[in-house]
Design a protein around this ligand. Structure first.
Ligand code: GN1
Ligand code: MG
Length: 358
């Protein structure tokens, strides 16, 4: 265990630190809340997982550019209370850099937004606002002047994810494949359909835009009433297809159960979330082309499938990527995401009809 107080002391914080406590449920980085005395803000300390995010300098450069640009847009639009609507990262003492490293581990600190909450689900009323918020997020970034690099190259490339699955199955290094061949066979039967976005891109029919690329519902802050405040977890904000942001929200808030719940027969698409979220998203994402809009239901399928493929590949690899709490955790996640995919497939015509009339 590293000396967190020493790490915290590298940053130009206000107030005297009283405690550093674990926070959040992310599967990649380690997150802590830094409490301070009196009126000074509390903070969020994160250790960036540099085995996954190999170029932390690029990553923080992206995040600084994205938050600066959004801050400017909000100010220009006269939005009140901007500090609750966009993250603010703290520089080091005596340096403008917003991360600290001892050469092995990488750390950063942002201001904790007071009276904000994260949820693993969202009610129908506020999912319209959540859709609008993610749509707006992309709309605001459409004219960012900085170059935003890929913090994980080919992060949401379905063809690459399938190649990684092939490699994991081929190597079978944890000896787990024999028990779960049925899952692999089913995934393989869907490959072509799920790589539609990559084909459209090659044909010049689908653009890449700066997207958040991790819009699970727990990556948004809400106020006490449940209204969205601020989009967080900006590590994967990079060029991608809009399906990423639509699909990942539908995968999480748009499911009856969390991504690792083993009650597979109860996993289903929540229409009462899909409808307002789609409406909100389309109203916020003012730039959508017809191809992007028409394929949003595919975006939902794509992300349940992609996440199932990623969890499954990690299971076959012996759990080297996602944090797990028990040995079968990634398998349970895989089956859960496949159950969601089935429910979304059952509702594919319904989703298409709904989007068409918007
Ligand atoms: C990871 O960092 P976190 O826990 O918000 C993952 C996402 C997955 C998600 C599944 C960098 O997100 O892509 O969708 O877990 N992030 C990375 O819960 O791989
Ligand atoms: Mg997160």
């Amino acid at each position: 265990m590293q000396d967190l107080n020493n790490i915290v002391s590298q940053f130009a914080l206000e107030g005297k630190v009283t405690a550093v406590l674990p926070l959040g449920s992310g599967l990649i980085n380690d997150t802590y809340k830094v409490l301070t005395e009196g009126d000074a803000p509390d903070y969020v300390l994160q250790r960036v997982n540099n085995a996954i995010f190999r170029d932390v300098d690029l990553l923080q450069h992206n995040i600084e550019a994205v938050t600066r640009h959004i801050r400017g847009k909000l100010a220009a639009a006269g939005v009140p209370d901007i500090d609750r609507k966009v993250l603010r990262f703290i520089p080091l003492k005596g340096s403008p850099k917003t991360y600290w490293t001892d050469g092995q581990t990488y750390w950063r600190i942002s201001v904790f937004i007071k009276d904000s909450f994260t949820y693993d689900t969202v009610n129908p009323k506020y999912s319209a606002f959540a859709g609008e918020a993610f749509g707006n997020f992309e709309a605001m970034l459409a004219d960012i002047p900085d170059t935003i690099g890929e913090t994980i190259p080919d992060f949401h490339n379905m063809e690459l994810r399938l190649r990684q699955l092939d490699e994991a199955a081929e190597a079978d290094c944890a000896g787990r494949l024999k028990e779960v061949r049925d899952i692999l066979a089913e995934m393989n039967s869907m490959r072509e359909d799920m790589c539609l976005a990559e084909r459209l891109f090659r044909e010049g029919k689908l653009p890449k835009r700066i997207c958040h690329c991790d819009t699970k519902v727990s990556n948004m802050l809400f106020d006490a009433e449940g209204r969205p405040l601020c989009v967080i977890d900006l590590d994967t904000t990079m060029p991608g297809f809009v399906f990423s942001d639509f699909g990942d929200f539908m995968r999480t808030a748009g499911s009856t159960l969390p991504e690792d719940d083993p009650a597979y027969d109860k996993v289903a698409l929540r229409k009462e979330i899909f409808e307002p979220f789609a409406r909100g998203y389309i109203s916020g994402a003012t730039f959508l082309t017809p191809t992007e809009k028409d394929n949003l239901p595919y975006g939902a399928l794509r992300f349940s499938y992609m996440q199932a493929v990623r969890f499954f590949a990690d299971y076959l690899n012996g759990d080297t990527y996602y944090k797990i709490k028990y040995p079968e955790h990634n398998l349970v996640r895989t089956r859960n995401q496949m159950a969601l995919l089935h429910s979304q497939l059952d509702n594919f015509d319904y989703m298409n009809n709904y989007i068409t009339q918007l």
